[in-house]
Design a protein around this ligand. Structure first.
Ligand code: ZN
Length: 207
């Protein structure tokens, strides 16, 4: 009977002593496996997102290799997002005269109402819609699809305050973020306010 109790006690002691080791091993193995998988998924999702929503912006992904020694994956991913956002912001874009629309699609008084004025012409919504259709409902800078006209923003090749006109050739269709980029006076604040920033940070959170 005594031996039996001792046997049970030793047995319990051994189990208690070894248990943390097993848990630790499992945790180590488990975390290593998922973290690696998650990082690869993050990179894949990031590339898919940029290609799908901003196809005109060529991103250089060398930052992934450059951060390979960063042990904290969340930190590494945040660093990569920050770099991609900067590239999105700094991607060169030159405002150029936009495509014309054939005369038969225009209306009476079109030319007259195109003239530069501090007030938008009365046919403004018609012009905006025509420019949006002309550009296949896409942002002129990044190529983002703007399925709803309310998602599109206007910039002018030649600013109205510089006597630019309201003619279709002067109207640039942009997405919300590219409009922010073109109007930016403070790069850091502009990058922080990008809708794209929230989208890319969400890719980190989903792990
Ligand atoms: Zn855009």
């Amino acid at each position: 009977m005594n031996l039996g109790i001792e046997f049970v006690l030793y047995g319990i002691l051994i189990i208690v002593a070894l248990l943390p080791l097993y848990i630790y091993r499992e945790k180590l193995f488990f975390s290593k496996k998922t973290f690696n998988g998650d990082f690869d998924t993050f990179v894949k999702d990031l590339k898919i997102h940029m290609q799908k929503y901003h196809p005109n912006i060529n991103i250089d992904y060398s930052i992934i290799q450059k951060t390979k020694d960063e042990k904290n994956l969340e930190f590494r991913e945040a660093f990569i997002v920050e770099n991609v956002l900067e590239q999105f912001f700094n991607f060169p874009y030159k405002k150029t005269t936009q495509k014309s629309v054939s005369r038969d699609k225009l209306w009476a008084n079109y030319d007259e109402k195109s003239l530069s004025s501090s007030k938008l012409p009365s046919d403004w919504s018609q012009r905006k819609e025509l420019a949006w259709r002309r550009d296949n409902r896409c942002c002129n800078r990044c190529g983002k699809e703007l399925s709803n006209i309310n998602e599109s923003y206007i910039n002018f090749v030649k600013d109205i305050k510089d006597k630019g006109s309201y003619s279709l050739e002067n109207i640039i269709i942009l997405c919300i973020d590219c409009n922010k980029v073109l109007n930016s006076t403070n790069p850091k604040n502009s990058i922080d306010s990008l809708v794209l920033k929230d989208k890319l940070l969400d890719l980190i959170k989903t792990k």
